[in-house]
Design a protein around this ligand. Sequence first.
Ligand code: KG4
Ligand code: ZN
Length: 354
Amino acid sequence: MIVLGIETSCDETAAAIISDEGGRPRILSNQVLSQHEDHRPFGGIVPEVAARAHLRHVDRLIKDALAEAGIDFSELDGVAATGGPGLIGGVIVGVMSGKAIAAVHDLPFIAVNHLEGHALTARLTDQVAFPYLLLLVSGGHCQILAVEGVGAYQRFGTTVDDAIGEAFDKTAKMLGLGYPGGPALEQAAQKGDPERFKLPRPMRGREGCDFSFSGLKTAVRQVVQNLDQPPTEKDVADIAASFHAAVADVLQDRCRHGIERFRRRHGDDVTLVVAGGVAANRTLRDALAGLCKAEQATLVCPPINLCTDNAAMIAWAGIERLRQGSVDDLAFAPRPRWPLDPDAPAAIGAGVKA
Ligand code: KG4
Ligand code: ZN
């Protein structure tokens, strides 16, 4: 089975081709074009700029993905495109491209939930079996879920305010580190003292698996304001390191609760999978490795280039869906909001983003 994946839901235009022969998946190509330079002058993603950039580049990326894989359209068994959630203009570009290719070449079309793409990546890279526990940490989300099958998710917790990636990006912005903030903040923290500033650990010790990051962001702002002068390089490093320490503590605590709940539902064996762009962060990976060691759980972290947005995960989710016979017709309408577990109760005190 060979599937083309297209990803255009945020600020990466991506196309990839995956083959799967008897349960042995191979990434035949993985083209990613980041729009960071387009958005940097604005200090964040501008949806209209993103949609236009996707439109400009998506055809070429698909062509490059086919060339890198050494195949043409006739060898495909399906076309998968991110159908949401995400910035609607970009999602429309990818969905229309996927539908056009599917219609012209008479192929099945699969509209993939972007979050499902992140959620199933560990099955592409590490052949992780269902069920497993998932920590999904990205620019738009922060959730803990039990992944019980393709399309079968139980959400244990989510953020009641900001996504974790947003917290990284906004903190980086306050420290003058530019966009995208996550990698810059991680870099800045390398030489910092994580003990110098006592930042809050929102939700730590609370029942359940929900998150909150807005208080942490406010605390960082206060620390910056309380400095006698604009932050020096050392101040920035120490704030960045203190921020990492706070986030690491929170993730450990929330995931510990997640592991307990997963065990009550599925038994002792737990594999914790980390996915989404923030999973690229080494400090957080180390914190989760420590937790899993203590809890006797197995940690799976996909390679960094498959944690941040890419189309290989979309092609792979397409293969998993195609195997189940779950395809979409050409009337599929892009979905700016598309929860993985639509039945999950809303988090207490949650704003619209939960
Ligand atoms: O999954 P992703 O590529 O896009 C979304 O679906 O949101 O995640 C992007 C987010 C951004 O907030 C970015 O700052 C963050 O992931 N990120 C990181 C790192 N690399 C990317 N955050 C912390 N540390 C990193 N190394
Ligand atoms: Zn993502």
